[in-house]
Design a protein around this ligand. Structure first.
Ligand SMILES: O=C(O)CCC(=O)C(=O)O
Ligand SMILES: [Fe+2]
Length: 184
């Protein structure tokens, strides 16, 4: 719980920095993060010393929140994809975070800070542990590209989106038992 509280405070302190990096006043996004949606996940990856094609500890995906702080074990395994489509291994340095840009930062920034696709294969002989902290906006925040990221050269790519509606939709699309039965 102390870790969760500390991570939430860290993310809230960095929010004005991200906002300024987008070319807006530091407080511009504060109203969307009054009661931020925060999740801490504890993950254990089985060893996959001889990986097969298409078998992952965690298949390629983007995170659907705003930004993710990833505390990792000293074991490698995480790979991130660059804009050029190359998969890179960020070094797993004990005591540091890997910070992944996620889907809502992509939307606010009109993809100036596009979400980072990533995946995990634990190619070692030992268990790998990871503790991601997911930081997202208020459930009732309406996410739209900030004015500084919408120009004639980079027109808006996104319609306004209420965060809770997005999460609800993911909850349905990710679980087949919540989908309406297929006709026929
Ligand atoms: O285990 C990792 O390093 C990444 C975990 C991850 O991508 C996630 O939980 O969304
Ligand atoms: Fe992830």
């Amino acid at each position: 719980m102390a870790y969760f509280t500390a991570m939430e405070a860290l993310a809230l302190r960095l929010l004005p920095v991200f906002t300024m990096a987008l070319g807006m006043e530091p407080g511009y996004l504060a109203g969307d993060f009054r009661d931020p949606s925060c999740t801490l996940r504890l993950i254990r990856y089985q060893p996959q010393p001889e990986p097969e094609a298409g078998r992952f500890g965690f298949a390629p995906h983007i995170d659907t929140n705003f930004i993710t702080f990833l505390a990792q074990s000293a074991l490698p395994g995480l790979e991130v994809r660059t804009r050029e489509g190359e998969w890179l291994r960020p070094p797993a340095i004990p005591g540091t975070f890997v910070v992944n840009t996620a889907e809502m930062l992509g939307r606010y920034s009109n993809d100036r800070f596009a979400p980072t696709p990533h995946r995990v294969v634990n190619q070692t002989n030992a268990m790998r542990y990871a503790i991601p902290f997911f930081f997202g906006p208020d459930n009732d925040a309406v996410i739209r590209p900030v004015p500084s990221c919408v120009t004639p050269e980079t027109p808006s790519r996104y319609e306004p989106l209420r965060y809770e509606d997005h999460r609800r939709k993911l909850n349905v699309t990710n679980f087949s038992h919540r989908q309406p039965a297929a006709a026929g």
